[in-house]
Design a protein around this ligand. Structure first.
Ligand SMILES: [Zn+2]
Length: 181
């Protein structure tokens, strides 16, 4: 039994009488395979896949070309959304709080949501388009606050807090997401 997932491509469900819980692996073909108990439906397999999606993305080397294509497509969509949104949002907050920066760069690094270079360019990860707006704004305000404070000192956090009073909560919630596409 197989089904098509928009991110991982063709997914194979391999039923196994001894299997009691779903197990994800990569077949030699490079396709994502779910070992599952007999009587597993495609509907159920899709649900398992969705709840394990982040983990699969991080841990399994899926080499199916369709997967790569799906990932590239997702990256293009995020890039387009990011281009239409992040420069304006950055400008909005910068104007509101009187910050000046020299430019914006859209990145797709796997580990950072944003950064500020010594030349004053602010980098924002296109993966921000996947997270709720308050968390996105927190990242932007965090990078803007670095214009006045290069470090993560108390003064830096006080400045972030003055623009985003819920920054602690936003920072914590952000850890549930991964910047990688
Ligand atoms: Zn920082």
């Amino acid at each position: 039994m197989t089904f098509i997932d928009s991110e991982f491509g063709e997914v194979v469900i391999r039923k196994n009488a001894w299997c009691t819980r779903p197990k994800f692996s990569v077949a030699t073909s490079g396709k994502l395979t779910i070992s599952a108990p007999p009587h597993t439906s495609v509907f159920l397999a899709k649900r398992w896949l969705n709840s394990a999606r982040d983990q699969i993305r991080e841990q399994l080397p899926i080499k199916d070309p369709a997967t790569q294509r799906a990932r590239d497509a997702q990256k293009r969509i995020l890039m387009k959304k990011a281009r239409d949104y992040l420069p304006y949002r950055l400008e909005f907050w910068a104007t509101k709080y009187g910050y000046s920066y020299s430019g914006i760069r859209l990145s797709h690094a796997n580990t950072r949501w944003g950064s500020r270079s010594s030349s004053g360019t602010i980098s924002l990860n296109i993966g921000l388009m996947k997270v709720p707006e308050p968390l996105r704004d927190y990242v932007i305000l965090h990078e803007l606050a670095h214009i006045n404070h290069m470090d993560h000192s108390e003064a830096f956090w006080a400045e972030v807090a003055s623009h985003d009073p819920n920054y602690r909560r936003h920072r914590k919630l952000l850890k549930q997401y991964s910047p990688g596409v």
